[in-house]
Design a binder for this molecule. Structure first.
Ligand SMILES: Nc1ncnc2c1ncn2[C@@H]1O[C@H](COP(=O)(O)OP(=O)(O)OP(=O)(O)O)[C@@H](O)[C@H]1O
Length: 581
């Protein structure tokens, strides 16, 4: 190949000009770039016609054995475009740096569930290089159990923010919140997942996360939350037995939702248009039981209404009779209930007639009926009659998935109810919720959240807003029994020593003693003020001891952003310029 043939195959336009400034040769790219330029043309005629899309450089060369010039054009880039590109490159670099300094994992996908970015925290959580995650779909990663379930997949399915518990292949237990980002047409274009690792701070709820998308579809307007697999099984069974007339016995601790489920059973049955009548057996005085249940005829007893009274059983005709707290039924009434269950007839107190009733019985108790039978306080024949379809509702502490979803829906519900802007829940708060034993179950969670929604002015619920029993739940009965690690911790498990604040384990105990001494009472300090002072002191000492906000976060078992916020709040500078915030 000759030199000219070689230049002809190049994409860059090239012109050769001789010593008299006349074009003596040009390659094909040059002919295509500006048609009409021919050999022999003076360069002064050519130059104004050169395309602006190129930058032309001049090189001194020998042309036909004499000094000449080779003009070479390279595509030019708009300087504005160049600086925009540079700005974007810098912004991207900043974003990567910010993401990588975060303690927690951040995971971003597109609207198809393809992973676009993850920060370095992810490598540790999933035991994979970022390059092994980016570009894959969350569905594949879920299938390969790199993590399970995929919260991004749940967000795609539900088109709303989702918080759920997740387990990773290498044994990390995470609380993940995924938020959708929509475009103007309402399409999901990004899902941003923020992850909190709970592995080292608590035991996992006793039921592992499984079966997302399995189980029952609860009617959207039931408002019932059942994401936990054991709870899903309960709902599954309810769905199957509700349409039958089978007697159902709901078992479970106080506040787990027995009442709510009894109504749900009624609503799912063909009796839904007829009455749902509840009698709370714990609230009826023993002497009034029979008349409450079965009614009475006029003049049946002294003090009775002249016109008589229809009992609850008759009122429930065609519908459902809900015997709440059935374990409290007096023995003599138990026999009558047994008759009712067998005969489906009722006779009013003081009456001679029996009436047929068409009722479905749902009963509930938080007592151990078998134990009551053993103690002779509950008839065994009635127990067997009621125990046709027993449904045990797990306590809330065993339903981590439900805690997360309930907490979020309740925050929305109460903020809407009180016409307040909706609040977010900080992952540390969620972790406290997951720690806590919830002796009052869903009812207690409802109360806590309602109170928080009203009291907290910030638009995010933070650990310091929680009532004491919740933020110190690592030391609750459950925490200690199960070996949970909480904010109290123990020296054995790497947490701060017990009673760190007022105890003798920390050096410089004297600093705290002034607050813990009886003097404090005479100073008229409120508990909040005392706690704040102690917290300030603790942060001050941690800052002195560890220096870095990351190290403080690790030792105090809070997130690094919380440390930064606290140090600011208490006016404590240092911490290596707050470790880049
Ligand atoms: N799965 C759930 N989803 C949403 N809300 C629930 C759920 N379970 C219970 N709740 C709510 O929790 C509160 C307590 O529920 P409920 O009164 O049904 O409990 P319970 O087990 O009958 O309590 P008790 O034994 O004290 O009578 C109610 O406000 C109820 O609506």
């Amino acid at each position: 190949m000759t030199e000219r043939e070689l230049l002809d195959v190049l994409d860059t336009p090239i012109y050769f000009i001789d010593a008299k400034h006349v074009v003596v040769w040009m390659n094909r790219a040059a002919q295509n770039a500006v048609p009409g330029i021919v050999k022999g043309m003076p360069w002064t005629d050519v130059q104004p016609r050169l395309p602006r899309t190129h930058i032309f450089r001049f090189h001194e060369v020998q042309v036909g054995g004499e000094p000449g010039v080779m003009v070479e054009g390279t595509p030019s880039v708009d300087p504005a475009l160049l600086s925009e590109l540079e700005r974007l490159r810098q912004a991207n670099e900043d974003l990567e740096t910010i993401l990588d300094t975060l303690f927690d994992e951040v995971f971003v996908t597109d609207g198809e569930g393809v992973v676009l970015r993850v920060n370095t925290a992810a490598e540790q959580l999933y035991g994979l290089q970022n390059s092994d995650i980016v570009g894959r779909t969350v569905f594949d990663l879920e299938r390969e159990q790199v993590f399970y379930p995929s919260v991004a997949a749940m967000v795609l399915q539900r088109r709303r923010r989702v918080t759920a518990l997740q387990e990773t292949k290498n044994g990390h237990r995470l609380v993940v919140t995924g938020s959708p980002v929509f475009d103007r047409e309402g399409r999901i274009v990004r899902i941003v997942c923020y992850t909190r690792d709970l592995t080292s701070t608590r035991s996992w709820p006793s039921v592992a996360v499984q079966g997302v998308g399995q189980g029952v579809e609860i009617p959207w307007d039931s408002g019932l939350v059942a994401e936990n697999p054991a709870m899903k099984s309960v709902m599954d069974l309810i769905r199957r037995v509700a349409p039958t007339d089978a007697t159902i016995l709901l078992l479970g601790e106080t506040g787990v939702g027995k009442n709510r489920l009894a109504r749900f059973i009624h609503d799912l049955s063909s009796r839904r248009a007829n009455p749902f009548v509840e009698i709370n057996c714990a609230n009826v005085p023993e002497s009034l039981f029979e008349s409450e249940l079965f009614g009475y005829e006029s003049g049946a007893f002294t003090g009775a209404r002249k016109e008589g009274k229809v009992g609850k059983v008759e009122l429930a005709h065609g519908g459902t009779l809900f015997l709440n707290e059935v374990g409290e039924l007096p023995l003599h009434v138990q026999g009558k209930i047994l008759d009712l269950l067998q005969e489906r007839t009722v006779s009013r107190v003081g009456g001679v007639h029996t009436r047929k009733v068409d009722i479905r019985i749902v009963a509930a108790t938080n007592k151990d009926l078998r134990q009551l039978v053993k103690e002779g306080r509950f008839r065994d024949d009635l127990y067997f009659r009621l125990n046709v379809v027993p449904l045990t509702i797990p306590p809330l502490r065993e339903r981590g998935e439900d805690i997360c979803t309930l907490a979020e829906t309740l925050v929305h519900r109460f903020c809407d109810k009180y016409q307040l802007p909706r609040k977010a829940i900080h992952p540390d708060v969620m972790a406290c919720f997951l720690h806590y034993a919830w002796p009052g179950n869903v009812r207690e969670l409802e109360n806590v959240i309602e109170r928080l929604c009203i009291i907290v002015e910030d638009d995010i619920l933070l650990p310091e807003h929680l009532p004491e029993e919740l933020w110190s739940s690592g030391g609750t009965e459950r925490g200690e029994k199960d070996g949970y690690l909480g904010t109290k911790g123990t020296p054995d498990n790497g947490g701060p020593p017990p009673n760190t604040v007022f105890g003798s384990s920390l050096p410089g105990k004297a600093a705290f003693q002034s607050h813990s001494s009886p003097d404090i009472l005479s100073q008229g300090w409120g508990i909040r003020q005392v706690l704040e002072e102690v917290e300030r002191e603790l942060y001050a000492r941690a800052l002195q001891q560890y220096g870095s906000t990351y190290a403080i976060a690790k030792h105090l078992r809070v997130s690094q952003p919380t440390v930064v916020r606290k140090l600011r709040q208490f006016g404590l500078s240092g911490g290596r310029a707050l470790d880049s915030q």
